[in-house]
Design a protein around this ligand. Structure first.
Ligand SMILES: Cc1cc2nc3c(=O)[nH]c(=O)nc-3n(C[C@H](O)[C@H](O)[C@H](O)COP(=O)(O)OP(=O)(O)OC[C@H]3O[C@@H](n4cnc5c(N)ncnc54)[C@H](O)[C@@H]3O)c2cc1C
Length: 417
């Protein structure tokens, strides 16, 4: 009889672990939501469009394990659409000043257009300051500093330039401005270095298919063992077994458990956390970030200037606030005249009649305390029949979630790739 494994969480980490372990174990996956995917969400709109409203970027160069996983489940990554030069617009809602950064020559304000001179200069300055920050990081001078303190090494980074430099990092981390500024500079600058060098930058892609396609393919081999609307209430380890208490207070017994849910949830579920589990999981806080899908264009640049992302920001005496707004026209299969906008961390009035959907997505906050645990998190695996995975094992991205799940599966004897 194969051993029984419970997986808590049906995001990309839990699905990867389930997919890889299903051959060797009697796997049961428990997802509290009525759907699989966690932070991966494809929305069917009222107008019949299929829009990926959260996760939609990856890079074969920077996501090697995820690329291998896609290949394993038969998804042709060559079909991937390039991002056609990431384009962004920035609107200072206080001054009504707009900046446009785009390598798309067909756009009226491309990075190469004279009309856009100030934005172009700003873009150069941003890159120059990133490079300076990376040099300081490599010299070990950012150790122990917050991002707010590290910025003092780059006095040119102030006013709108500061925002142009760091709003894109809010996307890469799903963090709010103040969270980003309080984050360890080492973490943020390492992330800029890892993800943003010019060579790596051009490797960024849109997913080759709607994200729900790979969610469904990963789940297919063990779909009968997936339990939706199944929130776990507690987990108790008794010698050789693990007991999961369900929402309705019924109990199920397993040989092992994999926590593929947020770290704070995992710790809250454990009835008997060890000293190390408390030490390594308790520093993690999560951002409950609202994303609103709507068609209210009133706050945005003219449609011919729409980019992938628009940042609408305010700066009230240093109190900086931005929403991150995705325009979906560039996605595979989304019509060129799609009117949908996704507003993450909304800071604008949106006409209620034009709101079609909204959802809260939970993402890890990287502060000095949580960052300090990352190197040690894998050491929790295998103790008292318990394992952990999720995007918080790295930079908060798909590759991190997938790699941590592969590591757990390998520890449990699965073959990879
Ligand atoms: C708006 C947005 C855009 C993003 N864009 C990108 C992108 O383009 N590229 C990229 O690489 N990353 C992106 N990310 C980051 C993304 O979060 C990670 O890539 C990854 O999807 C996280 O996967 P995970 O499995 O670790 O966690 P999650 O997806 O959070 O999955 C955890 C699961 O556990 C479940 N759960 C929690 N508690 C319980 C319980 N008690 N019982 C049962 N189940 C439970 C949750 O419901 C959830 O389904 C984005 C995130 C957001 C929010």
């Amino acid at each position: 009889m194969p051993e029984k494994i419970a997986i808590i969480g049906g995001g990309i980490a839990g699905l990867t672990a389930g997919y890889l372990l299903n051959d060797r174990y009697d796997v049961s996956l428990f997802e509290k939501d009525k759907r699989l995917g966690g932070n991966v969400y494809t929305l069917d709109t009222k107008t019949g469009e299929e829009i990926d409203i959260s996760v939609f970027f990856w890079s074969p160069l920077l996501y090697p394990n995820f690329a291998k996983l896609l290949k394993k489940i038969g998804i042709d990554t060559k079909a991937t659409k390039l991002t056609e030069g990431l384009s962004e617009s920035f609107r200072n809602m206080n001054t009504k000043r707009d900046y446009y950064l785009s390598c798309d020559l067909t756009k009226p304000r491309s990075t190469f257009s004279l009309k856009n001179f100030k934005s172009v200069i700003y873009q150069m300055l941003v890159l120059w300051n990133y490079a300076k920050m990376i040099r300081i990081y490599k010299a070990g001078r950012l150790d122990g500093l917050s991002m707010r303190q590290a910025i003092e090494f780059c006095p040119a980074l102030k006013g709108d330039l500061l925002k142009l430099a760091f709003f894109p990092i809010c996307i890469m981390t799903s963090m709010l401005w103040d969270e980003l500024m309080d984050a360890p500079a080492e973490f943020i600058v390492a992330k800029i270095k890892k993800l943003g060098s010019p060579l790596k930058f051009i490797s960024w892609r849109l997913y080759p298919c709607k994200t729900r396609v790979y969610v469904d393919k990963l789940a297919a081999p063990f779909k009968d063992k997936i339990n939706l609307n199944a929130a776990i209430k507690s987990v108790t380890r008794n010698g050789n077994s693990v007991v999961l208490k369900m929402d309705d207070d019924t109990e199920k017994k397993f040989d092992k458990v994999i926590f593929a849910c947020p770290a704070d949830t995992a710790l809250g579920l454990l009835s008997d956390p060890s000293v190390d589990e408390t030490r390594l999981l308790s520093p993690w806080r999560y951002n409950d970030g609202l994303v609103i899908i709507h068609t209210d264009k009133s706050n945005y640049p003219a449609e011919d200037l729409w980019s992938m992302y628009s940042y609408l920001y305010t700066d009230d005496d240093g109190n900086i606030n931005t929403s991150i707004n995705a325009h979906y026209r560039f996605q595979n299969g989304v019509p060129d005249d799609s009117n949908y906008i996704g507003c993450q961390h909304p800071n604008i009035d949106i006409d209620k009649d034009k709101i079609e959907f909204q959802k809260v997505f939970r993402t890890p906050v990287y502060d000095c305390d949580s960052f300090a645990t990352i190197a040690e998190l894998p050491s929790l695996n295998g103790k008292t029949n318990t394992y952990y995975c999720g995007s918080h094992f790295g930079y908060g991205l798909h590759e991190d979630a997938v790699t941590s799940a592969i590591n757990v599966a390998k520890l449990l004897g699965a073959e990879w790739p």
